[in-house]
Design a protein around this ligand. Structure first.
Ligand code: NAP
Length: 310
């Protein structure tokens, strides 16, 4: 039997954080393997046009998948080996981590986890089919495409109201659809949103289907107290009903917070020596392409230093 393949650094996740870390660490001549999971390229690969990554898309528009492809090409140029496999279990300690993957077992001296997070889906017809074609989970990414058009925001938490306020910069009207009268968002945010002329409210309402032929044309909404249904015309549906970090496989291996995010310090180090985390799996707040890439680089620089000194 041949021995398990080995790497200096194994990176779990091929989004911005993982690819930026792979670029830096393979350029520093480490032997790097990166595992691409169920969403190759990460969240950005689900985004159409990207306008907010410095230096990209200035002359010609650039899409999320194009950027994800460039990130990968750049990491591979310096020798990163990309494995298309899911990492199901990690164990071991610094110097000898073991990764059980759908492509067999790998051994690595150090580990970086960047498995991202998944926007929670409502699970209604049309939602998955029209993701990126009028359905979005990122106002910063997609809001500018709805200049002068009407959009709907689903949710009543901080994200929903904050993003609804952000969307008023572009949309001619933002309608917040929320399943009850009260909000889980902070009182200050609720007051600001309620005072905004550009925001309408459909409370005690749940979305039942996203309507449209290939692109969003409306949303079917049920008003719970009256049990009546309305087909509300809109060209955009922004869903903010929370995120779930993809960290189930890390349970018991590194510290996670109550919401499942990996706990990291300012060096992106986790509770386990030799393991770093970056990107959406460890970031409650920013979740931007550039901040994920930046945190990935911090993790890589620290991993490089660790491997040089241990
Ligand atoms: P969240 O606080 O969990 O809110 C999710 C919202 O979606 C709630 O209003 C919830 O309704 C609703 N919802 C959940 N499942 C739903 C479903 N199946 N159908 C329809 N609606 C559904 O998530 P979040 O807003 O993403 O915030 C996550 C964390 O980040 C929170 O701790 C938040 O405070 C924090 N955050 C803070 C800021 C800020 O401080 N500016 C900004 C963004 C996020 P119910 O209320 O009825 O459960």
């Amino acid at each position: 039997m041949s021995p398990n393949p080995q790497a200096d650094l194994a990176i779990v996740g091929g989004g911005a954080a993982g690819m930026a870390a792979a670029l830096y660490s393979s350029r520093a001549t480490l032997n790097v393997v990166l595992f691409e999971g169920a969403t190759p390229g990460g969240q950005i690969a689900l985004t159409d046009e990207v306008e907010n990554y410095p230096g990209l898309g200035v002359e010609e528009p650039i899409t999320g998948p194009e950027i994800a492809g460039l990130f990968q090409q750049h990491a591979e140029k310096f020798g990163t080996k990309v494995e298309y496999a899911l990492v199901e279990k990690v164990s071991g300690k610094a110097g000898a981590f073991s990764l059980e993957t759908t492509a067999g077992v790998w051994v690595a001296r150090a580990l970086m986890v960047a498995p991202g997070s998944s926007a929670r889906a409502i699970g209604i017809p049309g939602e998955k089919e029209m993701m990126g074609r009028g359905v979005s989970t990122c106002a910063t990414c997609d809001g500018p495409f709805f200049r002068g058009r009407e959009v709907v925001v689903i949710g009543g938490g901080d994200s929903a109201l904050q993003e609804a306020l952000f969307l008023t910069k572009f949309a001619s009207k933002v309608t917040v659809v929320h399943r009850r009268q009260g909000f889980s968002a902070s009182t200050a945010l609720v007051k600001r949103a309620q005072a905004h002329d550009g925001i309408d409210w459909k409370l005690d309402c749940v979305p039942e289907a996203i309507l449209g032929e290939g692109v969003v044309e409306g949303v079917r909404i049920r008003h719970l107290p009256s049990d009546t249904v309305e087909d509300f015309v809109t060209s955009g549906v922004f869903i903010f009903i929370g995120h779930t970090p993809n960290t189930a496989f890390l349970q018991g291996f590194v510290d996670l917070d109550a919401s499942g995010y990996v706990v990291v310090n300012r060096d992106q180090a986790t509770s386990r020596s030799g393991v770093w985390a970056a990107g959406d799996c460890a970031d409650h707040q920013y979740k931007q392409l550039i901040t994920s890439a930046g945190d990935g680089v911090k993790a890589a620089l620290n991993a490089i230093h660790f491997l040089e000194t241990h």
